[in-house]
Write a new protein. Sequence first.
Length: 248
Amino acid sequence: MLSSTRYSAYDSFARIINETWGPEVSESQFPDIEQLLLNHLPQKAQVLDICCGAGHLAKKLVQKGYQVTGIDGSERLIKYARDNAPSAKFIIDDVRDFKLSSNFHGVVSTDYGLNHVINLDELTNVFKNVYTALLPNGIFMFDLSLDRRYQSDWNNSMVGDIQDEYAWALRRSYNSEEKIGTIDITIFELINQNWQRHDITWLVKGYSQIQVLSALQNVGFKKVESYNKENILTGTEDATLAYFVCTK
């Protein structure tokens, strides 16, 4: 079943995610995903990838023998995902509202997808949906940029890239009182021999570790662990990027 929700603000950037961000993220994070999640799942486990993007993680999971379902709200990202991992199942849906039965041994979300859920009540709804989709003793692993990262790294910083058929620039700013980050992106893309400009804005939320842990526990996860994403062997007291691993 397809949701009526569509996230067009991500469609314009989908090609760039597919060609650069997606492959880089899936490759760099896969060792941690193996250690914290996959090593604790049965062979050929059912894995749900929420905020799955262009499907590069799904592709790696399929190659490892897992049965994969991906969810994302961007129609263009899902199109790329179906091309990248044709044997996986992909659904266009809102992670705040999706309803799946309890069929999954594991659920994963990477590349700070859940920071784009900018309200704690809505993030809690995501956690409830994941909890429902998991089998008993199933495991949910996800990453987040914490508030302290945005406080320190987002002082109007800019990144960008230039390729033969497109160029983009991204500017980040953070409101420390509202704990809301703004990502303004300008893209120039060569389409039918003409350069076209797209301007889009994404919002992200800076959560504290305490907020996230409390929400997960309130949903019912019986065991919740956190890890410093920059080095999972170190503590999270001063972490700016974190993994959360939760057992139903």
